[in-house]
Design a binder for this molecule. Structure first.
Ligand code: GDP
Length: 530
């Protein structure tokens, strides 16, 4: 075993490293801001970026990126709260960049699933949830916007189960909604929190049990009876809280609130801190690495290039998995076998960044990338092992790419190779025609940024021809691929960067047809575990 003996690091504060997953407009920016306020990381609301970029056209977006540079494209927001260090992995606001978001989730130890009470489970939430499920990480649910009329809370729980297939355990329960919203009743400590529009201080009502007269007086007989009925129903028919099931991602604790009114957020944060997991062991090709292992290790999950062609600096974001990181330390870049010095590590704090001297498991550091790093690379202080490969995710847009000036062929290939290593785009090759490249992107905007960067950074004009596919599926079969029964006019087989076979489909129906016709074949929407 290349893994050093373990030594407990007693002095270090425990981390809670998580990402918020949601559909656009559910209130992620608002919730993040409120969480930061509790940590004292920002002084006023309105400081969290990410939102503004979303609705702009591509050119504007790039202009913004240029102005903001890498320091503002926040990747992690860190603050201390109670006796914990919180790392919120921020995910790109623009839904077209969900591939980046997917990969960011591999660096998280848990996820907060934010749901708009009026909209319920939305498409982007489903996709992100699937990534969390694949990793088996705990998922905590915050149902937002209770100050507006939304769906019935019981119906929302049903939706979690039916659409996502996850069981839920409400930690608190809302009383009324919208104009009638009165507050939440915390099931664990029988505490009623009165809703106030602007998060003004009010006195909670602490009772011994739900039948208490002071609660009845507060709510009036009708709402009180309704609360009692619903909570009784949850007690009898609902799932009890089970830390083990939560830990495996099979049961989600549910909290209700209103992010904008800063209501229910503190209660959520307090319980989340207690229930969410600390950084855990991570799988490598040489066995499991414990966070308590004294020797530093980590992996690159994101590479951020500066859009400004005058400064071609790239930052690689590293999730620390074990040991202690110290500024200036020499580490092994396992893939190349090269030693590299991590001289200017940066940590991101709200909108700013600062040079840091040390960091611990669960932390994310940004390191200057001289062009050495790829997504998924492992760094170690001692030992030669690799963390699990980061999966590739199914693109939803495909295009063939051509270089306009054939004299630029070399640049063209270099650009494509580097940008795909950086994870900016996925590259597939048609199995029998090595030169015929197919690019895949999760969002159309990703293509536009690719085109822009090929020109700006590699001096190459490229042309993209859209292809009529919408789904990629990694193929698992023991049979000869040539013998598979599928429609060769509408489906093509390509290879990904690691030579795994992938089928590109025009629609879901065609995926089902292939599965029906080829019983021995399994199709996967990511390369995870392959
Ligand atoms: P994001 O797209 O998920 O980051 O969502 P934002 O935080 O930007 O919120 C989207 C919209 O919903 C904004 O207009 C917010 O003011 C609003 N919003 C967020 N939280 C709440 C809430 O608790 N109640 C209500 N009524 N609106 C909210």
């Amino acid at each position: 075993m290349p893994i050093e003996s373990t030594k407990q690091q007693g002095t270090q504060i425990e981390r809670r490293t998580f990402a918020i997953i949601s559909h656009p407009d559910a209130g992620k920016t608002t919730l993040t801001e409120k969480l930061l306020l509790f940590g004292g990381a920002i002084r006023e609301a309105g400081a969290v970026k990410g939102k503004k970029a979303r609705r702009h056209a591509t050119s504007d977006w790039m202009e913004i990126e240029k102005q903001r540079g890498i320091s503002v494209t926040s990747t992690v927001l860190q603050f201390s709260y109670r006796n914990r260090r919180i790392n919120i992995l921020d995910t790109p606001g623009h839904e077209d960049f969900s591939e980046d978001t997917y990969r960011t989730l591999t660096a998280a130890d848990s996820a907060v699933m934010l749901i708009d009470a009026a909209k319920g489970v939305e498409p982007q939430t489903i996709k992100l949830f699937e990534v969390c499920r694949m990793r088996g990480i705990p998922i905590f649910t915050f149902i937002n916007k209770l100050d507006r009329q939304g769906k019935d809370p019981l119906a929302l729980l049903e939706e979690l189960e039916e659409v996502l297939g996850i069981r839920s355990c409400p930690m608190n329960w809302p009383i009324g909604m919208g104009q009638e919203f009165r507050g939440i009743y915390n099931r664990t400590d029988c505490r009623f929190e009165r809703f106030t529009e602007r998060g003004e201080e009010t006195q909670d009502i602490q009772v011994d049990d739900i039948d208490h007269p002071s609660l009845r007086e507060e709510l009036g007989p009708e709402l009180h009876d309704q609360l009692k009925d619903e909570v009784m129903l949850l007690d009898i028919a609902g799932d009890p809280f089970d830390a083990e099931l939560v830990g495996r991602g099979q049961l989600t604790p549910v909290f209700f609130g209103s992010a904008i009114a800063n209501f229910g957020v503190e209660t959520f944060l307090n319980q989340f801190i207690d229930l969410a997991p600390a950084p855990g062991p991570r799988q490598t090709d040489a066995g499991v690495i414990e966070p308590t292992n004294s020797s530093f290790s980590g992996f690159v999950f994101k590479i951020q290039a500066n859009m400004n062609p005058a400064h071609r600096d790239r930052v690689a974001f590293v999730r620390i998995c074990s040991g202690k990181f110290e500024r200036g330390m020499n580490v092994l870049h396992v893939r190349s076998g090269k030693k590299t010095n991590l001289a200017q590590p940066q940590q991101f704090f709200g909108q700013g960044r600062e040079i840091i001297d040390e960091a611990y498991p669960g932390d994310i550091i940004g390191i200057f990338d001289p062009g050495l790093f790829r997504i998924g690379d492992t760094l170690t202080e001692s030992g030669r092992f690799h963390f699990e490969k980061l999966p590739q995710f199914s693109p939803e847009h495909f295009a063939r790419v051509y270089v306009k000036n054939t004299l630029k062929y070399k640049q063209f290939h270099k650009g494509i190779e580097q940008l795909s290593e950086e994870g900016a785009i996925q590259v597939f090759r048609q199995a029998n025609r090595t030169e015929d490249m197919v690019l895949g992107a999760v969002g159309q905007l990703q293509f536009e940024v690719f085109q822009y960067r090929m020109k700006a950074e590699y001096g190459t004009d490229v042309e993209l021809h859209n292809l009529p596919y919408s789904f990629a599926r990694w193929i698992e079969t023991s049979e000869d691929i040539e013998k598979l029964n599928y429609d060769r006019h509408s489906i093509i087989v390509v290879k990904d960067k690691d030579d795994r076979l992938v089928m590109l489909f025009p629609n879901e129906f065609s995926i089902r047809l292939v599965l029906d016709k080829n019983p021995g074949v399994a199709l996967h929407s990511t390369s995870y575990g392959m």
